[in-house]
Design a protein around this ligand. Structure first.
Ligand SMILES: [Zn+2]
Length: 311
């Protein structure tokens, strides 16, 4: 991992004292405020919290509210209150992406200065001709409409070792294509903002759901372009509903009960392969779970079923 001083100054939103903090993992949980916290999100929150805490590290919540068309008013505050009921509170002020647009602008300007991005007017149907994989040259010529901006990917394999899912390799040019970092409506995409946020917040360990495993090479590509460090990655098994689909807020997955957190905490620990704690209080239970945390017990498969319980 590159040293912090290699970070471009305009991306360094880190308070100076952060660089002087004792070495230890910095983990994060980054929900989108599109609904209530459901069991799948609780697993991701708890997994990242346990991982950070078991290494005497810090844990930070970031609200991924950059897409205001998807954000539900009040959902972010509701998620934070639910996390607090589960004993999971951010060690630093919660970062709201909607208030960090200058940071993403700076990263985008840097990509432009590097000549790494280009404007694109291709439509989805244009791209259907090449299986949705945008080549290095556009299929449609420029017109007067606002373009999307794509980053040129490398014509080589990008590899990383996930702490659960082992080695993961991807040829971005063959499997993904040049990808959008800024949409035609001006919005920065997930891939760019997550890379900027993780670097600016000094995140050393990204613990998240396995649905993002194959986004990681795109993020490593952007980190390399922007001169940012690559954190460690740990992708947790996904929680599927009984029909085998990922739980998502959009599908109205049942929210966890903030009024009675113990059953869901036990279920989330069991899902992560962790020993059942004996404590009957949230704070004591979490302390016990940190003490007993066993990363090797987390199921290695990228997808896993969980019994959907109704207590
Ligand atoms: Zn194009």
């Amino acid at each position: 991992m590159r040293k912090p001083e290699a970070l471009p100054a305009e991306l360094l939103a880190l308070p100076a004292e952060l660089l002087a903090l004792p070495a230890g993992p910095r983990g994060r949980f980054a929900p989108s405020p599109t609904g209530n916290l459901h069991f799948g999100s609780l697993v991701a929150a708890l997994g990242s919290w346990l991982h950070a805490r078991s290494g005497q590290g810090r844990w930070i919540v970031r609200m991924e509210d950059i897409d205001s068309t998807r954000s539900v008013p009040g959902a972010g505050e509701n998620i934070l209150a639910t996390l607090a009921a589960f004993g999971l509170e951010s060690d630093e002020p919660v970062a709201w992406q909607s208030q960090r647009l200058d940071l993403y602008e700076a990263a985008f300007a840097r990509l432009q200065a590097l000549g790494a991005v280009y404007p694109c007017h291709c439509s989805r149907s244009d791209l259907a001709a090449c299986n949705g994989i945008h080549p290095h040259a556009c299929l449609r010529s420029a017109d007067s409409s606002a373009p999307a901006w794509r980053v040129r990917v490398a014509d080589r394999e990008i590899s990383f070792t996930d702490r659960i899912c082992a080695r993961f390799n991807q040829r971005l040019d063959r499997e993904v294509g040049d990808f959008v970092v800024r949409r035609a409506d001006g919005l920065f995409t997930y891939q760019l903002v997550v890379v900027v946020d993780d670097a600016a917040q000094g995140i050393s360990e990204v613990v998240r759901g396995a649905d993002l495993l194959d986004s990681t090479p795109r993020q490593i590509h952007l980190q390399e372009l922007l001169g940012l460090p690559t954190p460690g990655y740990l992708h947790l098994p996904l929680v599927l509903d009984p029909s085998g689909r990922k739980l998502s807020k959009q599908e109205q997955a049942r929210p966890v009960d903030a009024g009675d957190p113990l059953p869901a905490l036990h279920a989330a620990l069991a899902f992560l392969g962790q020993r059942a704690p004996a404590s009957k209080r949230v704070d004591a239970l979490l302390r016990e779970a940190v003490h007993a945390f066993d990363i090797d017990a987390i199921p290695a498969r990228p997808l896993a079923h969980a019994a959907m319980r109704k207590d």
